[in-house]
Design a protein around this ligand. Structure first.
Ligand SMILES: [Zn+2]
Length: 336
């Protein structure tokens, strides 16, 4: 991620094309339910976290345990706000694919000189083999589903945060239970962490970002559904294709993201852009998991309560897109 120049945004555009076909009930319901229940979930999580803070070690919650490194304690004032927003972000994704209680994920927050932030699962789980090729999923998924932890270290996932990005750019909502506006000159930390958990659970793999070539004989479930069409990368999962209306354009040179500012998937970059877009994050804006993101997760087996693919249609997706644009706020841009 990089910082970008400021520019005013005056129009809001739906993220997704509309169609007159039958509703995509499960994704629409799933996202709307999460939206309506979000404050309650958030409150319970934060309350649970507060209890943990009061009686035991700091910076843990039922969903995540967070360890910090790279700062020698100098950024300790950020530990609590970071943990709070990480819990919100983890909750949003885990609501998609965890039925019942999630097991605790051990997360290492590493402060370094990254221009923005990046993240990934620290281990993987092989699901099956096809000839010499093995297909894996992000180990962090198994952690929250079954309690299996990284066999090679104390943490299941890592998030790198640039110290300058943290102190000069990110905004931490002082009152997450309310829907406070993100300042127009700041990037919303919750949105960034939601993006990063997308990488930890799903949007990741072993392919070369430009050529798509596998670096080993192992590929992620996401990799398995990447296809190059006219030299451009696409995600070809059936749920995602049904929601988007065809293969979902991935970001050229940054393929574990969706959309391109010009070219395939430009609609996914239109203000404010998809949560998992690979180009721009606007300041002053709050992002949410989109219908396309949720459908990609479904194609990776990460969504519970899904219908058969032939029941999927696009009509409600346009409504979800409209909802997203209404939820978003305007202002200036930052790059991711
Ligand atoms: Zn990313």
């Amino acid at each position: 991620m990089e910082q970008g120049l400021s520019r005013a945004v005056t129009t809001a555009t739906t993220l997704l094309a509309s169609s007159g076909t039958r509703p995509l009930r499960w994704i629409a319901d799933l996202i709307q339910n999460r939206n309506s229940q979000g404050k309650g979930i958030l409150c319970s999580v934060v309350c649970s976290m507060s209890c943990c803070l009061a009686v035991s070690t700091a910076y843990s919650s039922p969903l995540i345990n967070v360890g910090f490194s790279g700062d020698n304690g100098q950024l300790s004032s950020y530990y609590s706000p970071i943990t709070r927003e990480l819990v919100v972000a983890a909750t949003a994704w885990e609501d998609l694919f965890v039925s019942g209680n999630a097991f605790t994920l051990n997360v290492n927050v590493i402060f370094d000189n990254s221009p923005t932030a990046n993240a990934g699962s620290l281990f993987s789980t092989v699901l099956y083999s096809t000839g010499p090729l093995s297909v894996f999923r992000q180990g962090a998924v198994d952690t929250v589903l079954t309690g299996v932890h990284n066999p090679s270290g104390p943490y299941d996932a890592a998030i790198h945060i640039g110290t300058s990005y943290l102190t000069n750019e990110l905004w931490f909502d002082p009152n997450p239970a309310n829907n406070d506006s993100v300042p127009i000159d700041k990037t919303d930390a919750e949105s960034i962490f939601l993006h990063e958990f997308g990488h930890i659970f799903a949007f990741n793999g072993n392919r070369d970002q430009f050529t798509g070539a596998l670096s080993t004989n192992a590929e992620s479930e996401f990799d398995d559904l990447v296809s190059f069409i006219n030299n451009s990368p696409y995600f070809i999962g059936s749920y995602a294709e049904s929601v988007y209306g065809g293969p979902v354009p991935l970001t050229v040179g940054n393929i574990y993201h969706v959309g391109n500012p010009s070219g395939p998937g430009a609609d996914l970059e239109t203000y404010p852009g998809d949560l998992m877009n690979g180009n721009i994050f606007f300041r002053g804006s709050r992002y949410n998991i989109s219908a396309v993101d949720a459908a990609i997760a479904a194609d990776l087996g990460l969504v519970v309560e899904i219908a058969e693919p032939d029941t999927i249609a696009i009509f409600c997706v346009s409504l979800v897109g409209f909802w997203l644009t209404r939820c978003s706020r305007r202002s200036v841009e930052a790059r991711i």
